[in-house]
Design a binder for this molecule. Structure first.
Ligand code: F6P
Length: 545
């Protein structure tokens, strides 16, 4: 091991020691009423408040030393410079190039890719605007009213999340998303659509993903059956890196929008994969979305670690996961339109950092990426917050909330939303002692006996950490900054864990077995491992009932 790697391992061990004797968060506020100022930072239109964690000046310094030992800044610079940091696939990781200033050269294998990026973005925007404006017509010469994006994973989650988030900016055709190979997904979507005015985007980096190809073929058949085989060319387009496969499907090259192998699937919504987003919100808003991400990129590249939002957020993540040993984190947007942000982040974070070996193939030094999950507030409050407040596991929470809503006529309701968000982080931190619970019951007129009996159920342990991300209004630029913040947080955590965040071998085995088991399900082949044979036979019986 190198000295740096030894230092990294020693600092991670020291962090675990420090976490054992961490002070209660509420006490930290009593000691320092100015804690909010000292443990929050703003950039690119976002404020990150991490004051409601148990970090102290000393543990934050330890984490910053860890970031230094892990060479977060050096690795960041290597990523931005196009070094092949995805070691197992020998690829650069350059989603940042998709939103970089057009005149900044970005070299991949000695070639400046900036002109290609700019050209492809121009093609995507021109096509989307032509559909939106009616210049690109249906087979019958009419206007497209609906666009269906067929894709899965990174070719679905980002566009779904962003189009929902930016609903107030929609002024194009209605957008729909089909991802699951469960035919219910396609059927329920097509049920509401007219084939004569529906445009399909087949979005797949590889154009071999089984689910996407099955849905695309079914949609193609639906169009051909309704308005004729000749209409397919007008009613389909593709986003892919695989021209040959796209052509074989029957989509002409001028209807294919490309991207590059240095854009990972879960980092691809900034690329042509964002076509459905442009269809919904238009070029100007999409460019503002890229602009928000660019602002966060510039901040990540230039701000010192102690002032750097993605670095700080990554360090808080490492503190909670590796220091304190918390197994999960909840993403809780107080913004209904961010309803799919948790699902989007599940892929971004868990497919990136759900790893057990370091970059050199040796086992990791401790826990890596946590389980990421969540739902918007206030809905979650009426469902699973019970466990966040009184369950036996501590789950750090990440709140997101805007100062303004898009419905000024309902400012009173938005105020309720914000008050709920603030109340939850305070309640998680403060909790309620047995004495407070008992006193409250007595004040409510309950007898002393009743108060003793019920009080234990009304105790909140408190000291449950959270971070809060604040912004003015959820607009395209703000969304861009939020997503880029999360992307870079993933990077920082991965650098500290010394793992490769950019491959996803863990998805392969299931895919291979699904292919092998298909004949078993369709009844062509009966032999199978014992663990699966029983299930397959039971399903067969049920199919025939
Ligand atoms: O199954 C994992 C995965 O490879 C993701 O990483 C990716 O986003 C998704 O499948 C879809 O891949 P494609 O865009 O090639 O269809």
């Amino acid at each position: 091991m190198t000295d740096r790697s030894n230092e990294r391992t020693a600092l991670l061990a020291a962090l675990r020691m420090a976490a054992v004797s961490r002070p209660p968060i509420a006490e930290l506020f009593e000691q320092d009423p100015g804690r909010f100022g000292a443990f929050s930072r703003s950039a690119a239109g976002l404020t990150l408040d991490y004051s409601k964690t148990a970090l102290t000046d000393a543990t934050r310094d330890q984490l910053l030393a860890l970031a230094k030992a892990a060479d977060v800044e050096g690795r960041r610079d290597a990523m931005f410079a196009g070094a092949p940091i995805n070691l197992t696939e020998g690829r650069s990781v350059l989603h940042t190039a998709l939103r970089a200033p057009a005149d900044r050269p970005i070299l991949v294998d000695g070639k400046d890719v900036a002109p290609d990026v700019s050209r492809e973005l121009g093609r995507v925007c021109a096509f989307a605007e032509a559909v939106r404006g009616g210049a690109v017509k249906t087979a019958a010469g009419g206007r497209f009213t609906d666009v269906v994006n067929i894709g899965i994973g990174g070719s679905d989650l980002g566009p779904v999340m962003a189009t929902l988030a930016l609903a107030p900016f929609h002024d194009g055709p209605r957008t729909h998303f089909v991802s699951n190979v469960d035919p219910a997904h396609l059927a329920d979507t097509l049920k509401t659509l007219d084939p004569a005015s529906t445009l399909f985007i087949v979005a797949s980096k590889t154009f071999t993903t089984a689910e996407t190809m099955a849905n695309a073929q079914a949609a193609r058949a639906w169009v051909a059956a309704a308005i004729g085989e000749a209409a397919v060319a007008d009613h389909f387009c593709a986003v892919s890196t695989a021209l040959k496969h796209v052509q074989a499907f029957g989509i002409a090259p001028d209807r294919m929008f490309g991207f590059w192998d240095w854009v990972g699937g879960r980092y691809s919504l900034w690329s042509s994969i964002g076509l459905s987003i442009v269809m919904a919100i238009g070029e100007r808003n999409f460019r503002a979305f890229l602009g928000g991400a660019r602002q966060m990129d510039e901040h990540f590249r230039s701000a010192p670690p102690a002032e750097n939002l993605p670095v700080l957020m990554g360090l808080v993540g490492v503190w909670h996961r590796n220091g304190c040993g918390f197994p999960a984190r909840a993403v809780l947007p107080y913004e209904q339109r961010l309803v799919r942000l948790p699902a989007y982040l599940q892929q971004l974070e868990m497919e990136s950092n759900g790893k057990s070996v370091k970059r050199d193939g040796s086992p990791v030094d401790g826990p890596t990426g946590p389980l990421v999950w969540g739902e918007p507030g206030t809905n979650g409050q009426h469902a699973f917050y019970q466990l966040l407040h009184q369950g036996t596991d501590v789950i750090p929470a990440e709140f997101l909330v805007g100062a303004q809503g898009h419905e000024p006529e309902h400012a009173d309701m938005h105020a309720m939303l914000v008050a709920n968000c603030l109340a939850q982080s305070e309640a998680l931190m403060r909790g309620r002692t047995p004495e407070q619970a008992r006193d409250q019951l007595l004040a409510m007129g309950r007898s002393a006996e009743d108060a003793d009996r019920i009080a234990p159920h009304r105790v909140f342990p408190g000291d449950r950490p959270s971070v809060t991300i604040l912004y003015r209004l959820l607009d395209p630029a703000t969304l861009g900054a939020i997503v880029a913040l999360y992307e870079h947080r993933v990077f920082v955590e991965a650098a500290i864990y010394d793992i490769n965040a950019y491959d996803q071998w863990g998805v392969e085995l299931g895919k291979e077995l699904a292919t092998a088991f298909l004949p078993l399900v369709t009844g062509e082949k009966a032999d199978a491992p014992a663990s699966t044979r029983g299930l397959a036979e039971a399903l067969k019986d049920l199919r025939h009932q």
